[in-house]
Design a protein around this ligand. Structure first.
Ligand code: NAD
Length: 439
């Protein structure tokens, strides 16, 4: 499956994209002082580490990793670590910023961070991944901490990765309760029941709340909705199950090896079994193969990108036929695509809100770890549902204030992403000034 994007006229640099998103929100932010703009656009700290690791065949390879801390105004930095061959420091900077806005929008006592390690995890053995992760963690030891910076899973990292990070940190800092140093741990090691499912479940909860607002009069419930999902990992597979359980029809889904389509609906349980046996969703019985581009452009009610960034862009936004885009992934839609989709009347529920269920339950895990308690799945999931749906309401109500003219639109009605960022930036800017950080 090709992930290449052919549209020279749009600048796809992740920093440029995050600045454009900020610049669209900034004119609507109340009390945003000029000097603060530069401060909020830049990360507080960028850590780049290079380290050698002995491979299974006795060769030595050098790896490069990043940990970017964007902002600490609301508390310790929080954000996932991704392993990907294409990850860059600029991408990690933009994702760390997004975490700051996400935590602020959900009223979580964290600032934003993100980590990345350049590697193709699928080409590495488990023993190699363990050695790489342990070394990466020890390189970052001085930056991490339960009240300093708390990693979590992201693309191609999982609870096993988090267990290795915890163990390495715990060995280097004996005699303390180090459990809250990382979230998304295995449940047996202080992980929160429901964390694995949180991001995918959150996608459903935000969609349900949005549809109940009746902005799309003939689509007020996910039951019966035709859903297309890009990605079948932690976010995509859980979202597929969650939407399917509520009566939605999953008509197409993909992973890095390709996509599958069946207008009558795919059963997530069967896809999971097939993927576990064959290593991909491709080839599932009673499905037709479909490539990534065609999948994104399918006629459907809900398109849920849950894989990589910059998938909906100036080159394909005019061909998107979904009625609603629900961003499970981070940064799947570029600013040019946002404008095109808005002109075409297609609403985009943004990443900063939609996939915030993950960090919300990570926060619950962090809270539980302080006192060595563990809540059950239903308690955690219900708390997250209430919190993320309240955030949806806040964004929707503020958006309506622009629609009815209570707030000036400045020649362009802000979309839901812009409104969510206005709220988040306003909160971070206000807290920054309240803390009196100026000399
Ligand atoms: P994951 O590694 O568990 O799964 C990624 C999935 O994407 C896999 O199924 C992979 O095969 C698929 N994929 C990769 N390249 C693809 C391509 N070109 N076309 C189609 N599918 C492709 O990762 P994840 O944790 O599910 O994260 C997915 C996205 O969600 C990322 O953007 C991540 O930043 C975001 N996110 C994740 C969480 C979380 O809690 N895991 C929270 C917030 C945001």
């Amino acid at each position: 499956m090709s992930t290449e994007i052919s549209m020279p006229e749009e600048d796809l640099d992740p920093i440029v994209i995050s600045e454009l998103q900020f610049d669209r929100a900034a004119p609507h932010v109340q009390g945003l002082k000029t000097g603060l703009v530069e401060f909020l656009k830049k990360p507080k700290r960028i850590n780049i580490v290079n380290f050698p690791v002995e491979m299974d065949d006795d060769s030595v390879r050098s790896f490069q990793g990043f940990r970017v801390q964007h902002n600490r105004v609301f508390g310790p930095c929080k954000g996932g670590i991704r392993y990907h061959q294409d990850v860059t420091v600029d991408e990690v900077i933009s994702l760390a910023k997004l975490m700051t806005w996400k935590c602020a929008l959900l009223s979580l006592p964290f600032g934003g961070a993100k980590g990345g390690l350049i590697c193709d995890s699928k080409a590495l053995s488990e023993r190699e991944l363990r050695r790489i992760t342990r070394r990466f963690t020890s390189e970052l030891f001085n930056e991490l901490g339960p009240y300093q910076d708390i990693p979590a899973p992201d693309l191609y990292t999982d609870e096993q990765t988090m267990a290795w990070i915890f163990d390495t940190y715990d060995m280097l800092r004996p005699g303390f309760n180090n459990r809250p140093v990382v979230t998304g741990k295995p449940v047996s090691m202080g992980g929160a029941p429901g964390r694995h499912e949180a991001t995918g479940n959150g996608c459903l909860f935000v969609t349900q709340r949005f549809l109940s607002k009746a902005l799309l009069p003939d689509l007020q419930d996910v039951a019966g909705a035709r859903v297309v999902i890009q990605g079948f990992g932690d976010v995509g597979a859980v979202a597929a199950n969650a939407f399917h359980r509520q009566g939605a029809r999953i008509i197409a889904i993909s992973d890095s090896k390709g996509g599958i389509y069946n207008e009558a609906g795919l059963v997530p349980e069967n896809i999971e079994r097939h993927k576990a046996e064959q290593g991909s969703v491709v080839g599932l019985a009673d499905s037709t193969p479909i490539d990534n581009q065609a999948l994104l452009e399918l006629d459907c009610d809900i398109l849920l990108p849950a894989a990589l960034g910059r998938q909906i862009h100036a080159g394909n936004a005019a061909s998107i036929k979904a009625r609603l885009v629900v961003e499970g992934a981070n940064n799947p839609t570029t600013p040019a695509a946002d404008r095109i989709l808005q002109q075409r009347g297609i609403h985009v529920l943004p990443d900063v809100l939609v996939n915030a269920g993950g960090v919300t339950v990570s926060y619950y895990e962090w809270v539980q770890n302080q006192v060595n308690e563990q809540w059950d799945y239903d308690t955690t999931t219900e708390k997250m549902r209430a919190k993320i749906q309240a955030a949806m309401d806040t964004v929707f109500n503020r958006w309506q204030a622009f629609v009815v003219g209570e707030e000036p639109t400045r020649n362009h009605l802000p979309d839901f992403r812009t409104v969510a960022l206005v709220i988040a930036i306003e909160r971070v800017a206000h807290a920054t000034l309240m803390r009196g950080i100026w000399p």
